[in-house]
Design a binder for this molecule. Structure first.
Ligand SMILES: *Cc1c(COP(=O)(O)O)cnc(C)c1O
Length: 228
C-alpha cells in the first residue's frame, strides 16, 4: 500500500513536469493537491512521508477526524466538497483552503466564523462551466458580482476559481472547458481583483487543465487507486 502510493506520486510528479514543459508552463507552477476523501489516515500518512503536503477532502465528518489524527504533521487541508450552511463553522476552523464556495451567503459565514487567531481562509469560487442545472457552482454571469463582494470580506483571501467540468474523453473538449475558466479569471483580474489560482484538472483530465493554466490539480484516483 505504502510503496504503491509512493510509486503513484513519483509517476504523477513526472506527468506534471512533462505537461509543464510541453505547454510552456514555468517549472513548479502546478501544485499537486492529493484528494484523500474516503481514504484512511494511513494512506495520507504514506503520501505525507513522500513529501506530499496538500490534501483535499469532500466530507466534513471524516475530514475532521483525519485532520485531528494527523495534526502533528502540519499538513495543509483543502475543503473541496459541497457546503451546507450548517457546516461552515467546522470548515472555517479546520481548513486552510476552501475550493467550493458557490454563493455569497456561504462566504459570509466562513468569514464571520474564521477564528481570530488564524490567518484569512484561502478561497476559490466554484464556477459551473458546463452550465448544467444539476451541478453546483456560480454561473459565469453571476461570477463578477459575487467575486467583487467576496473579495471584500475581512477574514477571507479570495485566491481564484475552481471548476469540475462535464466529463469528456476528448482532449480538445476538456481544454475548451478549462479555457473558459482561465478566461473568467483573466477578466476578473482585468477588473483589478488579484487572483493567482486556477484549481482545475482531476485524474482523467489533468494534462488538459495544465495546458490551460491550472495552478492546482486535484488528484485522487491516480494517487490512491480507485474509490469504492
Ligand atoms: C473526488 C474529487 C477529485 C479527485 O478525482 P479523481 O478522479 O479521483 O482524481 C477532484 N476534485 C473534486 C472536487 C473531487 O470531488
Amino acid at each position: 500500500m505504502k510503496s504503491r502510493i509512493a510509486d503513484n506520486l513519483a509517476q504523477l510528479h513526472k506527468r506534471i513536469q512533462q505537461a509543464e514543459r510541453r505547454y510552456q508552463r514555468p517549472p513548479g507552477s502546478v501544485q499537486l493537491l492529493a484528494v484523500s476523501k474516503t481514504r484512511p489516515a494511513e494512506d495520507i500518512l504514506a503520501a505525507a512521508t513522500c513529501g506530499q503536503r496538500h490534501f483535499g477532502e469532500n466530507y466534513l465528518q471524516e475530514a475532521v477526524e483525519k485532520i485531528t489524527a494527523l495534526a502533528d504533521l502540519n499538513l495543509c487541508w483543502h475543503f473541496i466538497g459541497p457546503i451546507q450552511s450548517n457546516k461552515t463553522r467546522l470548515i472555517a476552523t479546520h481548513f486552510h483552503w476552501v475550493h467550493s464556495v458557490d454563493r455569497l451567503k456561504i462566504a459570509r459565514r466562513l468569514s464571520d466564523q474564521r477564528p481570530a487567531h488564524l490567518p484569512p481562509l484561502n478561497i476559490c469560487l466554484q464556477v459551473n462551466i458546463s452550465d448544467e442545472a444539476s451541478k453546483s457552482g456560480l454561473s459565469l454571469s453571476e461570477l463578477p458580482e459575487a467575486a467583487r463582494q467576496i473579495a471584500g470580506l475581512p477574514n477571507l483571501h479570495l485566491r481564484g476559481l475552481m471548476a469540475i467540468p462535464q466529463r469528456s474523453s476528448h482532449f480538445e473538449q476538456q481544454r475548451h472547458s478549462f479555457r473558459q475558466l482561465h478566461q473568467a479569471l483573466q477578466s476578473l483580474n482585468n477588473e483589478g481583483i488579484g487572483l493567482d489560482t486556477l484549481s482545475m484538472g482531476m485524474s482523467t483530465d489533468m494534462e488538459a487543465a495544465i495546458a490551460e493554466g491550472a495552478t492546482i490539480v486535484r488528484i485522487g484516483t491516480d494517487i490512491f487507486g480507485p474509490r469504492d
